[in-house]
Design a protein around this ligand. Structure first.
Ligand SMILES: NC(=O)c1ccc[n+]([C@@H]2O[C@H](COP(=O)([O-])OP(=O)(O)OC[C@H]3O[C@@H](n4cnc5c(N)ncnc54)[C@H](O)[C@@H]3O)[C@@H](O)[C@H]2O)c1
Length: 405
């Protein structure tokens, strides 16, 4: 068994290794931070849920909050890499192992699958499991995939998503850290979408795969009466809209939201169910740190709001409450659940805009919560987690959770 002392080695926001003990602690902390339920089913016979993208960010929050707050059991799908001789597993691998232990301790039957959610193979595997193990009825599906590429099973074409503005180049301030960890605020220019950039991005991050999942499971007769599905979306601030909501990814999100409306109609007439999108607030995740300007924005948002930044697991507890009926379903005029209202109030946006305007390498330390932001980035890989002794060697050989029949 490999036991090693692991220290963070990174290139920008990407880290080479992840820390198993830190990842485990982080999952435990999220579990504890999730508000306790008022009346979730306690006997392990709660609703059957499928969470796609369950190992990180909002999907992990959906899994943990679903388990703790809504008493779910079911299937969680993500795409992670196993440990090797040279490298640790990906952080999501370790987080999944920890999540599985929490589910088991709570007496919930959850099967964790590792593979490409975009493939029909995975859809078949999930459908078989639902049939054989979960009584052939799915009550909830949460779709929280963020991926750079998708292969369309019908055509074999692989699409790649890009983060570009539409129409003209976008110059934005952005936050970087040098090798010694010193912050730098720099302007970066991103050229406009070209060719089929928009179509490619929509093909990856739009609603096509979500709809394919629903069609696939409906085709196998696996959707319970009242089946409810939610996919995660983002709108964000005017400060980032040129690159985000008005950019290629924004067109994909609009497509996802339009897919929700189509699915909602279809599910309403077939199983008395519904489909919604859930618009969530900014969070530091592996996907979000890849977007130009978002790191700066999130650091400034935390600088302005402090503890007022609502953690993903709190947002997802609120989402489950709305989906299960524990709280009234509150939709905006476009049919979306809004869990981002704390971020988008006029006051908050004005405060962040003021800080954004003043942000430079010299001033950033006073304007943004850099300690928090840096730690959040490290925590994505299990580093900088309070309570972990990083001088202690750890085994990186953590098995993927098994599921005995
Ligand atoms: N991070 C934010 O600020 C933010 C805000 C609002 C909404 N959202 C939305 O939440 C969703 C998830 O984003 P995130 O930031 O939590 O991402 P993330 O990178 O933290 O997590 C992505 C998840 O998708 C899984 N995944 C990726 N490719 C996969 C594949 N081919 N098959 C199976 N699983 C796969 C990963 O294993 C991981 O579990 C996205 O729709 C995103 O737009 C994010």
């Amino acid at each position: 068994m490999t036991r090693r002392v692991l220290t963070p080695r990174n290139r920008g926001f990407l880290f080479l290794d992840s820390h198993p003990a830190g990842c485990r602690q982080l999952v435990t902390d999220m579990w504890q931070a999730c508000p306790a339920p008022t009346d979730a089913p306690a006997d392990g016979a709660g609703p059957v849920a499928l969470v796609i993208g369950s190992s990180a960010g909002y999907g992990l929050a959906a899994t943990l909050a679903g388990l703790k707050r809504a008493g779910i059991r079911g299937i969680a799908v993500s795409f992670e890499k196993a440990p090797t001789e040279r490298r640790t597993a990906t952080a999501g691998w370790y987080r999944t192992a920890a999540t599985a232990d929490l589910a088991r301790a709570a007496g919930r039957d959850v099967v964790f699958l590792n593979g490409d959610a975009f493939s029909d193979l995975m859809k078949d595997q999930v459908a078989d499991l639902l049939k054989e193990r979960f009584g052939g009825r799915l009550d909830y599906l949460i779709y929280s995939v963020a991926a750079p590429r998708r292969t369309d099973p019908d055509t074999g074409t692989t699409y790649a998503s890009v983060l570009k503005p539409i129409g003209r180049a976008n110059r934005t301030k952005t936050l970087l850290f040098d090798d010694a960890g010193a912050p730098e605020v720099r302007e970066v220019e991103t050229g406009p979408a070209e060719g089929d950039d928009v179509e490619q991005t929509v093909a990856v991050m739009g609603g096509a795969d979500w709809e394919r999942w629903i069609d696939h499971l409906a085709g196998r007769g696996l959707l319970a009466d009242g089946f409810t599905t939610a996919a995660l979306s983002y709108i964000g601030s005017p400060l980032t809209e040129a690159i985000y909501r008005q950019g290629t990814i924004g067109v994909a999100k609009a497509h996802l939201e339009a897919t929700a409306r189509t699915l909602d109609e279809r599910l309403g007439t077939t199983v008395g169910g519904r489909a919604v999108t859930s618009v969530n607030g900014a969070a530091v995740t592996q996907s979000s740190t890849a977007i130009p300007g978002i790191a700066l924005y999130t650091g400034l948002l935390r600088g302005a709001l402090g503890e007022g930044v609502v953690p993903p697991v709190h947002q997802l507890a609120a989402l489950w409450d709305q989906l299960t009926g524990a709280a009234p379903l509150a939709l905006d005029e476009e049919g979306r659940i809004r869990l981002d209202t704390w971020e988008l109030t006029e006051d908050v946006q004005a405060a962040v805009a003021e800080r954004w305007e003043a942000a430079s390498t010299d001033t950033i330390a006073e304007l943004a919560d850099l300690d928090w932001f840096r730690a959040e980035v490290q925590r994505l890989y299990g580093f900088a987690v309070p309570g972990i002794d990083y001088a202690e060697p750890v085994s990186t050989d953590v098995p993927w959770p098994g599921h005995a029949a």
